[in-house]
Design a protein around this ligand. Structure first.
Ligand code: GRF
Length: 212
């Protein structure tokens, strides 16, 4: 059987990219594409022999032109799945339709709570006792696509946004590779706008934190 192929989209640091590469997933990382030429994750990818490409959004006249170029760049690598890992651009409906059902993202909150930015500060401000991260399919509504898996962490009394972000990031680095491992084995599928896992035992195990 042909090995599945993924393309990873990044914009910056690339710590999730690193976690995915370090996990030695049973799929081919065909390329890492960034919209920013200075994204640190590009260096890491190149050092690991992964093809890298920059589609710099600042050089395009608008979102449509950028998304068309990004889509073409992605398609040259013939991926089965596009994995957004800290890719910080809003995508047009045309782009999302082009890759419908083939694009996933990790969001640093327990969706559907706290879509958008500054999730950690907002969770603290609202007095949340638990917070976390979500891997989901990408659809037209921002951070609204079908949820694949989540991981929760406690919010501790003295947390500031940075401390909470660091605790969540540890879980991101565990959850995203686990979801991709499962995807490689066809352990879940999109059905009627929801994600169905073939066997509940294949879910990424929940984090082992004391009761929150
Ligand atoms: C992560 O917190 C991810 O959930 C969010 O952006 C951040 C990217 O971090 N979408 P990194 O570039 O993977 O280190």
């Amino acid at each position: 059987m042909r090995m599945k192929r993924i393309v990873i989209l990044i914009s910056g640091r690339g710590s999730n990219l690193r976690a995915l590469v370090d996990a030695r997933l049973p799929c081919t990382v065909a390329a890492v594409i960034s919209n920013r030429p200075d994204a640190a994750g590009l260096v890491f990818a190149a050092q690991h022999g992964i093809a890298t490409q920059v589609v710099d959004h600042t050089t395009f006249s608008g979102r449509e032109a950028f998304d068309a170029a990004l889509g073409d760049a992605i398609e040259t690598h013939q991926p089965d799945l596009i994995v957004m890992a800290g890719f910080m651009r809003l995508l047009t409906a045309d782009f999302i339709r082009r890759f419908a059902g083939r694009m996933v993202n990790i969001h640093p909150a327990l969706l559907p709570a706290f879509t958008g930015l500054d999730t950690h500060a907002r969770a603290i401000e609202r007095g949340c006792r638990v917070h976390g991260c979500t891997v989901h399919y990408v659809t037209e509504g921002m951070d609204e696509g079908p949820i694949i898996a989540q991981a929760a962490v406690p919010v501790l009394p003295d947390d500031d946004a940075d401390a909470l972000a660091a605790r969540v990031l540890v879980e991101e680095h565990r959850l995203y590779p686990a979801v991709l491992q499962a995807w490689c084995k066809d352990a879940f599928a999109l059905e009627g706008g929801r994600v169905r896992w073939r066997d509940v035992l294949t879910w990424p195990a929940p984090a082992r934190y004391p009761a929150c």
